[in-house]
Ligand binder design. Structure first.
Ligand code: PA5
Length: 363
């Protein structure tokens, strides 16, 4: 197994994803400024509901934002990960097309339908067909710097969503949350970054404890989308299987499967519980009681608690911890965390044929 300390440890990270997290505060500020600068040709009170359309690294940004504000949202917000958009999307719907590359076929297919519905559409993208198609149609486009891996551009995709919600008064004023979020990012980089040796670094220690294991990441309420982010980062960065579930729902089905888990799976399964101090009291009890029932059937259980005042800060603390841990896990495995060959191969194969009546008409 490979080491995690010293500059040579980072050599396998060909795209510099680990070093890139160090730019998070600048990314946060740039994304905020870009979203605030975009002119919106409708009044804030025109919005009746919100849909955020995207896939993968660009969709989880939406889940995280709505997860952080879920109890305080003034209108319903839905993340849509599909080619077809739901029937309820209409003229009053604020539709945010979130695609880092601007070339994702599900999002492009949906983009044309959104125009047919005369919705209040905005795109967040580094360009691609989505950027050019929407700009040509006069749709506001929030620009994102190109050349990154979508999952590494999380803050650049997420902050514009926050700003859009704020500009439409769909969340309480964000000013103090934004300030705490910046401080949280700084503290998380100082605690989990590559310069902190493994003996003092919770992210490196977490990666070590997950080596040769299959993470089953559990969240609840605020931490539900964070569990999905962790799962995705373990998949894409460390190139390992990982799964995410949420309480209380998993107590109504998934819990039964542990009793019949085959021994080879039991020996690999590492439960990771992402907990929040503000969980509903019964959710706290469920984490404890479910752990008691499941622990004999898995190789290990880790419990990690979010820290911070605002929900946004607690969320970012856990997101950065998971991002670093997944990248360190790649290094431990001797794997380059950057390229996602499986995704690229699949996209190339899919692109060999057109993708439907609603695909970008300018293609
Ligand atoms: O992390 C990734 O590369 C993927 O999950 C992408 O985010 C996903 O394929 C969608 O692409 P994009 O974010 O460019 O729309």
């Amino acid at each position: 197994m490979f080491g995690l300390d010293g500059p040579e440890a980072l050599a396998a990270d060909s795209l510099g994803l680990i070093a890139g997290i160090g730019d998070s505060v600048a990314a946060f500020d740039e994304a905020r400024a870009a979203a605030e600068a975009v002119e919106l040709p409708w009044p804030a009170d025109a919005v009746t509901d919100v849909a955020i359309l995207g896939m993968g690294g660009s969709a989880i940004a939406a889940d995280l934002v709505t997860g952080a504000y879920r109890e305080r949202l003034r209108l319903p917000i839905t993340t849509v990960r599909d080619y077809y958009i739901p029937g309820w999307i209409g003229e009053g719907t604020l539709v945010i097309l979130s695609s880092y590359s601007g070339g994702t076929e599900e999002t492009l297919t949906a983009a044309s339908q959104v125009l047919e519905r005369n919705s209040l559409a905005v795109a967040v993208t580094s360009g691609g067909k989505l950027g050019s198609f929407y700009a040509a149609e006069g749709v506001p486009v929030i620009p994102v710097v190109p050349g990154m891996q979508p999952r590494a551009a999380l803050l650049r995709m997420m902050v514009p969503l926050l700003v859009m919600l704020d500009r439409h008064a769909l969340v309480p004023s964000l000013d103090s949350d934004m300030e705490e979020a910046r401080a949280t990012l700084t503290a998380a980089i100082a605690a989990y970054g590559p310069d902190v040796p493994e003996a003092e670094n919770p992210a490196k220690q977490l990666a070590r404890s997950l080596a040769s294991r299959v993470p089953l990441v559990w969240g609840a309420e605020l931490t539900t989308p964070i569990a999905i982010r962790w799962k995705g980062q373990f998949n894409e960065n460390a190139k390992i299987p990982a799964y995410a579930s949420a309480l209380p729902e998993l107590d109504h089905n998934e819990i039964c499967g542990f009793a019949g888990m085959p021994a080879p799976l039991s020996e690999l399964a590492q439960l990771v519980m992402l907990r929040d101090p503000r969980h509903h009291r019964q959710v706290q009890r469920r984490f404890d009681l479910t752990r008691e029932l499941v622990e004999p059937h898995v190789a290990g259980v880790l419990s990690i608690e979010a820290e911070g005042q605002s929900a946004l800060a607690r969320m970012l603390d856990l997101v950065i911890l998971g991002d670093y841990a997944s990248l360190y896990l790649a290094l431990l495995r001797g794997v380059d965390p950057g390229p996602v060959e499986m995704i690229e191969r699949l996209k190339e194969r899919l692109a060999q044929t057109g993708f439907g009546r609603s695909a970008d008409p300018s293609a």
